[in-house]
Structure formats: C-alpha cells, structure tokens
Design a protein around this ligand. Structure first.
Ligand SMILES: [Zn+2]
Length: 238
C-alpha cells in the first residue's frame, strides 16, 4: 500500500470512529431525556478519544431529544473545533474528571432528582439497607463542596475523590460519573437513582431496616461482586 493510500485509509478509520462516538453520545443523551434524567438546560455527556485528544460533548441549551450527531461539539485543548452547536459550558468539569481517571473515557454529568436532592443538602450518601448500594458503591457516594457551575471551580477537589469513586455528587448542583464506556458511566447513575427512589418509598411505608453492621461490612469487603473485589480483578479500578 502506498503512503497516500495508507493515509486515506487512516482518515476513513478515524471518521468511522468519530461517527461511532457521536452516535453513542446521541443514543445515551436521548435515553436520559426519555427517562427524565436530563433536560434542555441541564445534563451533558462526553467521550474522550484518548488517541486524538478530542473530547466529544453534548451542546449547551439543546433538548437532548432533538440532538443530532453533527451537533455534538468536538473540543481539543479547550477550543471547539467541530460540531454545529456550542459546547456545553460544563466541559471543564468533564476534562477534570477525565484527567483524574485515565482509565476512563466517558463522563456523564446529570441532575438526576434523587441524587441531586442529596447534593442540595451537601450530604454524602450511605445506605446500609440496600445490597445494591453496598455492592455497587461500597461505603458511600461522596459529595464535593459547592463550586460555581460553568467554571473550573465546579471541579474543585474532584481529583482526590473521583480516584476512589466512579460516581460523586457535586454540592448544590448534580452528579458526575465516569466509566470506560458511556454505558458504564450511565448505569451507575441509573442504579443509584433507583435505589434512592426505593429508599424514599420505603420510608413512606415503614421504618427502614439496615443490614446488620457485621454482615454489611462483609458485603462491602468480602463479597465477590463488591466494588472492592471487582477492582482487584481488573488490577485497579473497576
Ligand atoms: Zn450541571
């Protein structure tokens, strides 16, 4: 193959990859819209192509239901270099999360109602009544202090916390999660939101019964499906 033919082939491969990334973002943005977890003004999803350094992110002020692939903003070195709509102002948050987690490529920033309610209270979440919570999140979902949205300050302190937690709350704002893929980043938000919904229904019908402390600890520490053991199996983070 000539150098020119190789170059043309590389361009086709990169374009294909770019299309697939944009499709993935549009798919999940629409899914989140359908589930009522994002709206026109809140929530954004991104995928970083670590090979090219390009960050693909949902645009600001756009109803996710109407998103099209060509609208996805492409950002490199902080500058928008592609996409027909303006990049989300929260791209700084996405960049900070991805910098702190080199094992991850996808970020979901969502104002899911139950999780965000805890963020409005500035409360870490720790539910000892739920096996799902213990296995998926371990001891807690931590909450960062308040930082101004749309500025670097929304991500203040994120490096230290997101290293140990794939899902965290942003004080007075919303949540952010990271994953190897967008599916990984989204599924932990969906599961947490569901657990909290059930927790609040439970409080309506009776008193919440926690798992006995020693058994809860064993679940978090020793269960083969616990976050701790999943991390071990993958040689680091899950
Ligand atoms: Zn936000």
């Amino acid at each position: 193959m000539t150098a020119k033919a190789q170059k043309e082939k590389d361009v086709v491969i990169l374009e294909h990859k770019e299309t697939e990334i944009k499709k993935e973002i549009v798919f999940y943005a629409k899914l989140m819209d359908e589930k009522g977890l994002v709206n026109t003004l809140e929530g954004n999803l991104s995928i970083l192509d670590r090979e090219t350094g390009k960050l693909y992110i949902t645009p600001s002020g756009t109803r996710k239901r109407f998103l099209k692939e060509d609208m996805i903003a492409v950002v490199k070195d902080g500058e928008q270099i592609g996409g027909t709509a303006k990049k989300s102002s929260e791209f700084l948050l996405h960049e900070a999360a991805l910098k702190a987690r080199p094992d991850c490529n996808a970020v979901a920033h969502i104002h899911a109602p139950y999780l965000t309610a805890y963020a409005y209270c500035g409360k870490n979440i720790s539910l000892k009544c739920s096996t799902t919570f213990a296995l998926v999140y371990g001891e807690e979902i931590p909450c960062l202090p308040y930082g101004e949205a749309g500025t670097v300050h929304i991500a203040d302190g994120i490096e230290d916390v997101i290293r140990h937690h794939d899902l965290i709350l942003l004080g007075n704002h919303g949540v952010v999660s990271v994953g190897k893929t967008m599916e990984d980043a989204i599924k932990i938000i969906e599961a947490a939101e569901e657990v909290l919904k059930i927790y609040h229904i439970t409080k309506e019908i009776g008193s919440v019964k926690n798992i006995p402390e020693d058994q809860w600890k064993s679940l978090v520490e020793n269960h083969p499906g616990s976050i701790k053991n999943r991390k071990k199996q993958t040689g680091g983070r899950k």
